[in-house]
Write a protein that binds this ligand. Sequence first.
Ligand code: 8ID
Ligand code: ZN
Length: 350
Amino acid sequence: DIPTEQWAQVVEAPGGPAVYKKIPVPSPGPDEVLINVKYSGVCHTDLHAMKGDWPIPTKIPLVGGHEGAGIVVKKGSLVADDIKLGDAAGIKWLNGSCLSCSFCQQSDEPLCQSALLSGYTVDGSFQQYAIAKAAHIARIPEGVDLEEVAPVLCAGITVYKGLKESGVRPGQWVAVVGAGGGLGSMAVQYAKAMGVHVIGIDGGSEKGESVKKLGGSAYVDFMASKDLVEEVKAATPDGLGPHAVLLLAVSEKPFQQATEYVRSRGAVVCIGLPAGAYLKAPVFDTVLRMITIKGSYVGNRQDTAEALDFFQRGLIKVPYKTVGLSQLGEVYQMMEESKIVGRYVVDTSK
Ligand code: 8ID
Ligand code: ZN
């Protein structure tokens, strides 16, 4: 039975905080499903949304969250038969898109001008019952643990796509900047699963231990290193630097540094979204060393299916800790201080 009221974390004014309270259970429209969210990962994007530090405004009041894993409990009249009540499903950042613009037609759904964003422009997964457009839900394979898979729904999809966008190949090297965080831990595991060597970059020894445990070949501590650029290059066998860099940190400096250590012909892929930050690179080096600098933004439905497939095959194991949805504020506090190794997951029943 679907209740009429539920627990949620609600941002009532720009800047926060999120307030744990009871709100009505929403009802799905014809092309939507209602998902009973069991677990949701907490992404740094949720913290940006609460703080309102990005150039696009959020809806207010806002229920954040976009790594929600749960069960389909209600479906609209237009939802196809291949989605059944009781199916496991995921709410990801891209809640819906028009499916008919030139971007959607070419499976660049994240670039759709009318994309709906979970936990940003529509209410997300920090509630017990959330709505998603049926066409965009992540199809979670049967038997997959909902608690463990939750972080794949944004962090996993995003870094998997970023690795593909980087063009890095098996046997080559990637530098993962922010390797101890949520996206970073996933990136180390996806890269390893793809046969790519990883140099993790983050701060502190705890994150270094995590990078090594997850399969990283080298770790460079940005807080301790005397010459980060030289250390990163030296970590590759020929000393010429990694073939690709995934920038996942929430800080501007590494965005300015990456072109210095990326290998000639290499790619710098920007994924992290530090507020107000700019990219800067010397034109001379960029030209003569043929460096590619690009952005990568979540993933499409096929990327989602592929990222979940890696997980289902047991290739992706990322450290996570679970707390009650009521404790979201404490998670944000730790995230603000860069204290989280891996991901926090919230259990919507507590
Ligand atoms: O589609 C996208 N492009 C997308 C999808 C999902 C998330 C982008 N994001 C963005 C988030 O909005 C956020 O800005 O990616 C960023 C990282 O999200 P996250 O992994 O969820 O954040 P985290 O768990 O807090 O990890 C950040 C890590 O960066 C490290 C921190 O120590 C932390 O481990 N870090 C920082 I801050 N400065 C660093 C530096 N100078 C650094 N690591 C290396 N060098
Ligand atoms: Zn996210």
